[in-house]
Ligand binder design. Structure first.
Ligand SMILES: Nc1ncnc2c1ncn2[C@@H]1O[C@H](COP(=O)(O)OP(=O)(O)OP(=O)(O)O)[C@@H](O)[C@H]1O
Ligand SMILES: [Mg+2]
Length: 137
């Protein structure tokens, strides 16, 4: 796996917040999987859990500052984790997307360009936009 250009501490903070969610919202017995792979000129890091999933009502609000979902009364938090992760990923010219289905689990994908070369990365960004990778779903 080639190295990513960027701030290692900030990127670690982003991933830790995503893993923290997978851990704290899932009950005992759920599995959490971290995977990383190359996708063209991008490095993808994925955190997948088999936890409670996120409702269709909550999904569009993920990454908004202070937003907490329907499990807010059962699990402590401040609603800043994903907003922070998203800001860090954007600073690295990356994309964060979230796929989730109630009762099935959640997959958060972070994609960071291997090298920040604006002209070269534009067609790839267009391709990701077309595939619905921008923003949360
Ligand atoms: N893996 C997940 N499984 C189920 N729900 C999740 C998961 N990740 C995030 N959520 C939902 O998204 C909301 C926003 O997550 P976020 O990390 O931004 O805030 P938080 O976890 O509530 O608080 P903080 O991260 O600041 O401690 C959560 O309140 C929760 O409802
Ligand atoms: Mg959190």
């Amino acid at each position: 796996m080639p190295p990513i250009e960027g701030d290692a501490d900030l990127l670690m903070l982003a991933i830790l917040n995503i893993v923290d969610n997978a851990w704290k919202y899932s009950s005992t017995g759920a599995s959490i999987e971290l995977r990383a792979y190359e996708d063209g000129n991008w490095i993808a890091i994925e955190v997948a859990d088999t936890g409670p999933g996120i409702s269709d009502e909550d999904l569009p609000h993920l990454g908004e500052e202070l937003f907490r979902g329907e499990l807010r009364n059962q699990v402590e938090g401040s609603g800043m984790g994903l907003a922070l992760a998203r800001a860090i990923v954007r600073r690295h010219h990356g994309l964060m997307s979230i796929r989730s289905r109630r009762t099935q689990g959640t997959v958060v994908t972070v994609k960071i360009p291997e090298k920040i070369v604006v002209a070269g990365s534009l067609p790839r960004v267009a391709h990701l936009l077309h595939d619905g990778m921008m923003g949360e779903r």
